[in-house]
Design a protein around this ligand. Structure first.
Ligand code: FES
Ligand code: MG
Length: 591
């Protein structure tokens, strides 16, 4: 246990033991008494530890935290802290309309205000569903009080008729089967329900598992925390240990600013490749880094992650699900592979007070089918490729999910290795796509690229996961299950073809997609990372002078404010004005 002299005076003292304003103490204290706390507990100098509760009935992916909080409290009490649990703005990825992407920044803003404005000395960030993790880390960075991530963990592995069915992946695969007439709507629903067999978040390496794994790689969670399935007994034990540890962190004054460095973010980028993590990690990594004041560019994803191999055999890039990944050793075992290969900066400080290398050593995979050795990976060069060209400054492509068939069909043409061209079919939002995808007049064939625009942070608003478009039914019936896609929105799940995602700047702010027309030829060169429409400069200028596309109106106050303040996906779609507030807990709010 850490020395019980706080390295820095606990800020809660300014509420409960401020000699200059003794008249205020009673007011600050008295209402906490009404549920049985005693004045001594809040006044005898122990740290007050927030538990930022992200679970609720409205946030089922994180709901396990309602139970886990009891074990967190036990840990905090045993280590000599006072727990104070409070709700954070819920985010439920699959259900929030028009898109949960609006709420990462809202959750960030509100949590920032709570951590700043109340007498909290340190905080346990309970995370799970996709955006709950980056939102919490962004807020902890802005306030900069000691903070530790407690993941809720994925659901148990899903099974349907003897086959593994993973969250999200089951939906995209079943949709194709439904469209091709292979399954009924009832069967679709059965498969989806079977993919969700317990408490927890998505059991695939979707955004939730990705972001919790990244939190661990950043050093913000105890080793092994990310992937313990929610119902496992180890999850409750991890909650207890996390509660204990945050109290020490409060005494040590170990804050996010000491843990979140450029080096720790580069480690996170390396892990992202090795686990085949979600493309949503790109904006979330950027937003977390920028709020932490870390100098990181979207290109760092390619510069530091592209050449690395895929090691985790987990859907959607691989075969298995979270439970088996955890049993194989989870994130520490993957980090261990990277460390052994000299691809991890082992010196990064973590929430344990030790370096990441000290945390994981030795941590060999227990199941080589699921976590492969660095020298015998599932795929070489499996990272994200940053693309640019006349259509956009940044789009990203997840190479680990490009199928062998695509590589054969498009990328292996004699004299044009790694290059493909396609005729653009442009859709203005997903309604337009659904109305027109089966229109025979579009004459969509296997040489087309499906383009989605109007789906970025300002255009949607929030930015929607709608770039993964399936081909017209006629093509599906001919066995063509996918086409290359491109768009200024994001993608959920995966397809087997290259999806060029998160294109920035988006069409709604005049990015290149705004002048693109159906029928234009797009050329993608993966060797040099370019994507251009083969349209000459004079024609681009002529089209650019035409009226810009109409923006849909905002439907809620927050939508309007979000659009006014949000940046582009390339830069994390953060609230740009908020970036200048960092370390605000150093100043006590006025009485
Ligand atoms: Fe919440 Fe996937 S929908 S984790
Ligand atoms: Mg998702």
């Amino acid at each position: 246990m850490t020395d019980r002299t706080p390295k820095r005076r606990f800020r809660s003292r300014d509420w409960f033991a401020d000699p200059a304003r003794a008249d205020m103490t009673a007011l600050y204290l008295e209402r906490f008494m009404n549920y049985g706390l005693t004045p001594a507990e809040l006044r005898d100098g122990r740290p007050i530890i927030g538990i930022a509760q992200s679970g609720s009935d409205l946030a089922p992916c994180n709901r396990i935290h309602l139970d886990l909080a009891r074990r967190v409290r036990d840990g905090i009490r045993d280590a000599g802290g006072i727990p104070i649990e409070f709700p954070v703005h819920p985010i439920f990825e699959n259900c929030r309309r028009p898109t949960a992407a609006l709420d990462r920044n809202l959750s960030y803003l509100t949590l920032t205000e709570l951590l700043y404005g109340y007498p909290l000395d340190a905080v346990v960030l309970t995370t799970g569903c996709d955006k709950t993790t980056p939102a919490a880390i962004m807020a902890a960075s802005t306030v900069d009080i000691p903070a530790i991530v407690l993941s809720g963990g994925p659901m148990l592995d899903g099974w349907h008729e003897g086959e593994l069915v993973g969250s999200g992946t089951v939906i995209w695969r079943s949709r194709r089967k439904l469209a091709a007439g292979e399954i009924s709507e009832d069967e679709f629903l059965d498969r989806a329900c079977d993919s969700a067999p317990s408490a927890g978040h998505c059991n695939t390496m979707g955004t939730a598992s990705t972001m919790n794994s990244i939190a661990e790689a950043l050093g913000m969670a105890l080793p092994g925390c990310a992937m313990i399935p929610a119902p496992y007994r180890e999850r409750g034990q991890m909650a207890y240990e996390t509660g204990r540890r945050i109290v020490d962190m409060a005494y040590e004054d170990l804050r996010p600013s000491a843990i979140l460095t450029r080096e720790s973010f580069l480690n996170a980028i390396r892990l992202l490749t090795a686990i085949g993590g979600s493309s949503n990690a790109q904006p979330h990594i950027m937003a977390m880094a920028r709020h932490a004041g870390v100098d990181l560019a979207p290109r760092d994803l390619t510069d530091h992650g592209y050449d690395l191999p895929l090691l985790a055999n987990v859907q959607p890039a691989g075969e298995y699900l979270g439970e088996r990944f955890h049993r194989a050793g989870g994130v520490p075992a993957v980090l261990w592979e990277l460390l052994q290969a000299g691809k991890l900066d082992g010196d990064c400080l973590t929430c344990t007070g030790r370096t990441i290398a000290e945390n994981i050593e030795p941590c060999e995979s227990r199941d080589r089918e699921v976590i492969r050795p660095f020298g015998d990976p599932l795929m070489e060069k499996a990272g994200y490729l940053a693309l640019s060209g006349n259509l956009f400054d940044l789009g990203i492509l997840k190479s680990s999910v490009i199928s062998d068939e695509f590589r054969r069909r498009y990328l292996s043409r004699p004299g044009a290795q790694g290059v493909f061209e396609g005729r653009a079919i442009v859709f203005d939002g997903s309604d337009d796509y659904h109305h027109r995808i089966n229109d025979p007049a579009l004459a969509i064939d296997e040489d087309c690229i499906l383009v989605m625009r109007g789906a970025g942070p300002i255009g949607w608003p929030g930015s929607a996961e709608v770039v993964n478009m399936q081909p017209p039914d006629a093509l599906l019936r001919r066995g063509i299950a996918w086409l290359p896609t491109l768009g200024d929105g994001r993608q959920s799940g995966t397809s087997d073809s290259p999806s060029i995602l998160n294109v920035s700047p988006e069409s709604a702010v005049g990015g290149g997609l705004s002048w693109l027309r159906t029928g234009d030829v797009i050329r993608v060169d993966l060797n040099v990372g370019t994507c251009d429409a083969l349209v000459d400069a004079a024609e681009i200028a002529r089209r650019g002078a035409e009226a810009p596309p109409l923006l849909p109106e905002s439907h809620s106050p927050w939508e309007e404010l979000f659009r006014e303040k949000s940046g582009q996906l390339a830069d994390g779609a953060a609230l740009e004005f908020a970036l200048k507030y960092r370390g605000i807990a150093a100043r006590t709010p006025r009485h």
